[in-house]
Design a protein around this ligand. Structure first.
Ligand code: NI
Length: 154
């Protein structure tokens, strides 16, 4: 496994639409392992493939309840509303209050190609939306109601 370089805001790779994964091979497995390690090393709770310069539809999440990997994800249902603090490893030192759905149902594949459906809520639902947006070249700032001032961050 290896820690990969995290692309920062301003790099055009973060504005591009990612392509679906077609090959479920060792290379994909290696990439996902590297993404977990890179996310953990950066102190993040989620990481999408374009953030390590790979324009494929993959993201990983770990909000402290175990590792979750999503290949070719699709958000199939959202409901409710939450306004909470949010940041991104590609936008270091910046945080904002975002508007997101409270409940999100997502389907995806794992690294072997096995399809699954996950119903999420709260923090995990927000993370799924945030990471899924990266696959379409969208950063969290698009959903920000207001950015936090330096004295509001701890
Ligand atoms: Ni992000």
């Amino acid at each position: 496994m290896a820690i990969r370089n995290i692309v920062k805001e301003g790099d055009s790779v973060l504005t591009k639409k990612c392509r679906p994964v077609e090959k479920f091979d060792d290379k994909l497995s290696q990439l996902i392992d590297d993404m977990y390690e890179t996310m953990d090393n950066g102190g993040g709770v989620g990481l999408a493939a374009p953030q390590v310069g790979i324009l494929r539809r993959i993201f990983v999440i770990d909000i402290g309840e175990g590792r979750l990997e999503f290949v070719n994800p699709q958000i199939i249902k959202t409901s409710g509303h939450q306004e909470t603090n949010e940041g991104c490893l590609s936008c270091p030192g910046e945080f904002g209050i975002t508007s997101r759905p409270m409940y999100v149902t997502v389907t995806a594949q794992d690294r072997t190609g096995k399809q699954f459906t996950l119903e999420t809520e709260g923090f995990l639902a927000k993370a799924v939306c945030h990471e899924n947006d990266h696959l379409d070249g969208i950063l969290f700032k698009k959903h920000v109601i207001r950015m936090l001032r330096p004295d509001e961050m701890e």
